[in-house]
Design a binder for this molecule. Structure first.
Ligand code: NDP
Length: 298
């Protein structure tokens, strides 16, 4: 590395899987001196040929610069990889997917070793990295001034969204958004199962599904305004109830009967229908009714 030829912030990146490799390529392409390390060294070869410096150990990679980014498989692999590294004075940015509790524990662990710590949750797949128009971004949580200090370099591979000072908040937002995505995939899987075997063009049907889900997505704002959703004073008025819960619960046999007639298991639908039924029962029972979100919380 020749620092006098380049005033861009040096980046050390640990983990060259699909995502780590994409991140490294983005920083290299933007001219950042980039040191990489991977447990299986051969995965660094192509990046070294493209101008990265391949460190012989994780500890050597960490020693190479003040900003250390991790993109490993899981939280356990972060502990393993950094076991022999001296983190004193380092700014550690951990983009490894983990739980909020793991992120908080990892932040304390890093602080005990003299490092400053930001946690990250990547809302992108590797082909979206380094492609600003893809809409990919990363949630960050931890000290605001640490985020601000590195925002420019962190914005090279993907957009940056600050989720809060609590180090667990990036993971919380990441997991919450991905959980909603899995719910959507469950619905899409069920919908395709209903039409499969019929004279329905799957590609045309996919287009209908995308348009419909896009039109329905703003319903999230209505759920934000459910009873129990935070401060009563600042809460927005719930939207007019144009699709009453009673109407929706009355309609569930149509969905279950159609599934049965089409030879499709209702297993992806029934848990949500059961929650709707419980919410309706709450509304006709004694006391303040609770919304479906609160019913799900134990
Ligand atoms: P890969 O499976 O492609 O790569 C995993 C990486 O972790 C490899 O570099 C692997 O090294 C390393 N690793 C695994 N175990 C250890 C260990 N015990 N010690 C040291 N290194 C270890 O995963 P991705 O690159 O796709 O994902 C990396 C992170 O990014 C994950 O947390 C993932 O959830 C997150 N992410 C990934 C997305 C994606 O679409 N790919 C999207 C959003 C987030 P080795 O090569 O030696 O096996």
């Amino acid at each position: 590395m020749t620092p006098h030829t380049n005033d861009k912030t040096p980046v050390t990146l640990l983990g060259l899987g699909a995502m780590g490799t994409a991140l490294a390529r983005a920083w290299l392409a933007a001219g950042h001196p980039t040191t990489v390390w991977n447990r299986t060294p051969a995965r660094a070869d192509a990046l070294a040929a493209a101008g990265a410096r391949a460190a012989g150990s994780a500890a050597a990679a960490v020693a190479a610069g003040p900003l250390v980014v991790l993109c490993l498989l899981d939280d356990a692999s972060v502990g393993e990889a950094l076991a022999d590294a001296d983190l004193a004075g380092k700014d550690v940015v951990n983009l490894t997917t983990c739980t909020p509790a793991q992120a908080r524990a990892r932040a304390a662990w890093a602080r005990e070793r003299g490092a400053r710590y930001l946690d990250g949750g990547i809302m992108a797949v590797p082909p979206m990295i380094g492609v600003p128009e893809s809409g990919g971004y990363v949630f960050y949580s931890g000290p605001r001034e640490l985020f601000d200090r590195h925002r420019e370099v962190l914005a090279v591979p993907a957009g940056t969204t600050y989720a809060g000072a609590d180090p667990g908040f990036a993971a919380l937002h990441d997991v919450a958004l991905l959980s909603a995505m899995y719910g959507m995939f469950a619905g899409v899987t069920h919908a395709f199962a209903l039409v499969r075997g019929e004279d329905v063009d799957p590609a045309a049907f996919a287009g209908l599904l995308v348009d419909w889900l896009t039109a329905m997505a703003p319903a999230a704002h209505g759920i934000a305004a459910e009873p129990g959703a935070g401060d009563e004073g600042s809460r927005e008025e719930p939207p007019e109830d144009v699709s009453s819960l009673a109407m929706q619960v009355a309609g569930t046999p149509t969905f279950l009967d159609t599934a049965r007639h089409q030879g499709v298991s209702p297993e992806l639908l029934t848990p949500y229908f059961e929650l709707m039924r419980r919410a309706l029962a709450e509304h006709s029972g004694p006391g303040e009714p609770r919304g479906m979100v609160d019913l799900l919380r134990r």
